[in-house]
Design a protein around this ligand. Structure first.
Ligand code: ARG
Ligand code: GLU
Length: 728
């Protein structure tokens, strides 16, 4: 394994420093920064060492970083466990505490003291205690010739043995994840705190300013942050919520810098990016651009346009559907940017060129040729073979998940499957809660129209991919989607919230009987069965083949391009991205600056608008230029308030809430988005237009102190004084 390790990481560090990597692409492993990236980072301006970032022997920056709820990142900024993350990451907590007369979503929320901080059942934060390379142990007994299932069962067995053998502290957990498509495995010792309380959040008109119109866009003016606090039990250990718990004392809290950033300043983002696919073959990239993204976009186009029609006409529906709309629109908009970015940067062409160079070098070596000569060809072919199944999967998943009548039936079927088994009560409580939530925000008219807008996309597929029951029903209702929808929705039992919720508690078997008689139930069950029996098995078989080939291809790339450093695809584990503050030119004739200011918020301000309203208090602070120590000199005279900035850090979903650190490792911003034209960085990073978007920490502190009047929180934090020799 050592030679393999060297091939992966060792040889390349020196070459990297020679400016080979002009871009700052990559989501790097914190434990390998010292051997792989430190020189390059310092060359870009970093003044600290890799050990300051990750060290298992003493407190390092990594001890201030948490996975926030498993879907976002957060950072500890005080000795009393104060955590910063995004507004959109804390949103669910804010929403759950909101009522009509305490509308925290609309008005914001600020605890004036510890007693007012609000507990959040189910929310947790996870620290990484240490990371170990366990590739040798996990891959013991595995060979390249093995079939995937056999290999997987050996790997699984090794992993569980290793987990058992790992010595853990009282409250520690262990996690083992594959990297480089399963060529490497790392073990993570983690510590999870489950008493995480809401401390503060700005109103949505600040925290989500610009909403869907500005989402994935630059220039941006969103104060996308919220504040939480970790509580601990005795000895500072994790503990379930209790009023007796006390603020957690961290191993490390970040220091905050108020100096601000300028063009080309070094930045790094430390967090938990979710998923990227940077090593796909050209055929897979082509399919994303031409097949999968367009199909998913189409389903969502139709869904959003139905929702939009109703939301515009009806204030109540606007509230009910706002959050669903935002969720559906988020990926929908991202995929469009992804296609655009891939086109503008010739993403497919670049892949083809890369593959040609790969094959040429490979073929020049008898040894490599013997091992991997056909790998790339086979991988591209396997992707060709999976195309129709993957498209059917996309349609099936996208369509069925947008129709809430189907969701209701699916939840009840899950309940049925749990009947008589241990844990049923828990499952019942879970499904009741989620059904109650669903019914609260459901409009039968909207759902029915979504049904008739989406079913054509299902029915227009190749005959063998369509459930027989759907064809039969469609015919029965005169091949007319509206009539079909009308018949299914009229008086449908599953749409009767009170009957379903009561029945589920008292005698669920009554409900389950409708699975056999209700046409909507028969339809979704038929669609699901066809998918599970005809599509999924074929898909899984091809996917297993792809996984094996993709693993070989990954390894082959590292053996062919020994002059290049490779980073593993994102997999929700802790990573470091680094780059520099940088403007960009998204298209001919357009140049974007790298900073935005409060003046821009006021330019976008539309009184009463649901996306671009500005709270009165903020307008007053702007009028009086009451920015305290957070404002900066305006070249045009007076002071101005920085709001957001962009840099070339390679980030993805899950990096939301990640701290953005400067050359000294001090906190200068919170990551929350990427620019639209650069969202293809999940597949093909391009330094010319890939930018992450951050809210400036000075805007965050200004809002906490001047807007929310929560100066006591600022006093908990450690603000850096100017560092000798640095810019004023
Ligand atoms: N685009 C950002 C992220 O995935 C922010 C999403 C939340 N904001 C919104 N307006 N929907 O994921
Ligand atoms: N908003 C994203 C998130 O929720 C981060 C933006 C991105 O995908 O880069 O994690």
């Amino acid at each position: 394994m050592m030679t393999f390790f060297k091939k992966f990481f060792g040889l390349t560090a020196g070459l990297l420093c020679m400016g080979l990597a002009k871009a700052d692409e990559g989501m790097w492993l914190p434990q390998l920064l010292e051997s792989l990236n430190e020189k390059r980072m310092q060359q870009l301006g970093m003044k600290i060492s890799a050990k300051d970032i990750y060290d298992i022997n003493k407190g390092s920056l990594k001890d201030a970083i948490v996975s926030f709820g498993g879907f976002c990142t957060g950072e500890v900024v005080s000795e009393k466990g104060l955590v910063l993350t995004n507004h959109h990451c804390g949103f669910e907590s804010v929403q759950k505490h909101s009522t009509l007369d305490k509308n925290y979503i609309r008005d914001g929320f600020w605890a004036r003291n510890g007693a007012e901080e609000l507990p959040n059942a189910g929310l947790y934060v996870t620290f990484i205690v240490r990371i170990d390379d366990v590739s040798d142990q996990v891959l013991k007994g595995v060979s390249r010739q093995m079939k995937e299932p056999e290999r997987q069962s050996i790997v699984d067995r090794n992993i569980s043995a290793l987990k058992k053998a790992t010595k853990l502290g009282n409250s520690e957990n262990v996690l083992i994840s594959p990297f480089f498509e399963g060529n490497k495995y790392y073990l993570f010792v983690t510590e999870t705190y489950t008493d995480v309380r809401l401390v503060g959040a700005p109103p949505s008109s600040i925290g989500n300013f610009g909403q869907d119109s500005d989402n994935w866009m630059w220039p941006r003016h969103t104060g996308d942050f919220s504040v939480f606090r970790i509580y601990a039990g005795k000895n500072n250990q994790p503990a379930e919520y209790s009023p007796d718990n006390v603020p957690y004392v961290p191993k490390k809290a970040l220091t905050i810098s108020l100096k601000g950033m300028q063009q080309d300043d070094f930045t790094m983002v430390f967090g938990f990016p979710g998923r990227t696919t940077e090593y796909l073959p050209s055929e897979a990239v082509r399919q994303i651009m031409e097949v999968n993204d367009p199909a998913k976009i189409l389903v969502r186009d139709r869904t959003l346009s139905v929702m939009n029609r109703y939301m515009r006409a009806n204030e109540e529906l606007k509230i009910k559907y706002a959050s669903k709309y935002a969720g559906i629109a988020n990926a929908w908009k991202k995929w469009q940017g992804e296609i655009l970015g891939l086109k503008r940067t010739d993403g497919l062409q670049k892949k083809l060129q890369y593959e040609a160079a790969f094959q040429k070098r490979l073929d020049a070596s008898d040894l490599l040729k013997a091992r991997y000569g056909l790998t790339l060809r086979d991988l591209n072919n396997a992707y060709k073979a999976i195309e129709p199944y993957a498209l059917t999967r996309d349609y099936y998943l996208e369509i069925t998940s947008k129709i809430e009548l189907f969701s209701i039936i699916k939840k009840l079927r899950t309940l049925k499957a749990a009947t008589g088994k241990p844990g049923y009560e828990k499952e019942l409580a879970k499904q009741l809660e989620s059904l109650t939530e669903l019914y609260k925000n459901l409009s039968i008219d909207v759902d029915k129209d979504i049904f008739s807008a989406l079913l054509p996309l299902y029915m227009e597929q190749q005959a063998s991919y369509i459930a027989p029951v759907s064809r039969q029903q469609f015919e029965q209702y005169g091949n007319d989607y509206q009539r079909w929808a009308g018949a299914l929705y009229a008086g449908n039992f599953f749409l009767d919230a009170s009957k379903v919720l009561k029945g589920a508690t008292s005698d669920p078997s009554e409900i389950f009987r409708y699975f056999e008689t209700d046409p909507a139930a028969k339809l979704i069950i038929g669609m699901t069965d066809l998918y599970d029996m005809e599509i999924a098995p074929r898909l899984n078989e091809l996917q297993a083949r792809i996984n094996g080939l993709q693993r070989d291809y990954m390894k082959a790339q590292t053996e062919v391009f020994t002059d290049r450093s490779f980073y593993p695809d994102a997999n929700s584990t802790l990573r470091v991205g680094f780059g520099k503050v940088d403007d960009y030119k998204p298209a001919d004739g357009i140049a974007y600056n790298y900073y935005t200011y409060l003046d821009g918020v006021m330019e976008k301000y539309k009184p009463g608008d649901y996306e671009f309203d500005v709270p009165e208090k903020l307008r007053q602070l702007y009028q009086k230029k009451e920015y305290g120590r957070y404002g900066v000199k305006n070249p045009a005279g007076g002071y101005r308030m920085p709001v957001c900035f962009i840099a070339s850090n390679h980030t993805t979903g899950g990096n939301s809430g990640s701290p953005v650190l400067d050359a000294n490792g001090q906190l200068v911003g919170i990551n929350f988005d990427r620019v639209w034209e650069g969202t293809m960085s999940d597949i093909s990073y391009d330094a010319s237009i890939c930018r992450n978007i951050m809210v400036d920490i000075r805007y965050v502190l200004f809002l906490i102190e001047k807007y929310a009047g929560a100066g006591h929180l600022i006093r908990e934090m450690k603000l850096a004084h100017a560092i000798p020799g640095s810019r004023k």
